[in-house]
Design a protein around this ligand. Sequence first.
Ligand code: ZN
Length: 295
Amino acid sequence: MFLDSLSIGFRAYLFLFPYCLVSSIYLSENEVHTVLIGFIRNWRRRSIIRNSSITNEQWSQAFAKLPLLKGLSLEEERRLYELAILLIHYKSFEAAQGLELSQDMVMHIALQACLPILNLGLEAYDGWVSVIVYPEAFVRRRQYIDDAGVMHEDNPGLAGESWQRGPVIVGWQDARIAGEMDGHNVVIHEFAHKLDMQNGKANGFPPLHQGMTTEAWVQAFSQAFAHFQHHCHGNDYSGIDRDIDCYGATSPAEFFAVLSEVFFEQPDLLKQHYPAVYHQLCLYYRQDPLQRLAI
Ligand code: ZN
């Protein structure tokens, strides 16, 4: 493996040497280095995709099981399964509690996990390694302090969980039925937390792209969050809390993750209730599921 990498890197260097020589007249040493690293990384990724043992037929079958992916163009489908190949290669998919994790199950999770980063790139999931799959919802002892400063302890059953710089954990029982367009998707939920954690603790404020503004993001999300909390906590059955999981009212981080599920699974619902949030998520994810699914 090391020799293979070395060989690829060395060949890339030889190939790029004339380019580096010319560009060094115009670019700084750091910029030349960045170009070279990027080229080698892309070369390596192309090699991983080319040598993947998963066949096109297997990918077609995995796609067919996910209504969530409806409306993607052929070019988007190709990019999505290439991202999924890379995710499977670079992340460690591990089974817990005796689950037998098949390649089909890994593909099912990877395709859904890569939809949010279809136009962001694999780097959006940098900084962590493992995806742990439990057979079903798992129980974890949890301690927390309420608003009055009192310590509580509970043992909630969790469909999934994401740790900062740690693993993504999902229960197969829920991951298996994710992607059915019912507005609930544990895979997208947990991987959205990972995107949120790219700039620190999950807080519903992921790193924004050029052209987006903090003001517009905060205004859209804070107004929607206050509105959503009011409806969920006040038992005011206006319809929102029946359509969107009130777990999103527990914190801005959960609000971002829950609305990301709805953004991809039932975009019409999100646009209807919170159009400003829908617009921000289109800018953030660099895709418009409503437009895609309407085709
Ligand atoms: Zn969550």
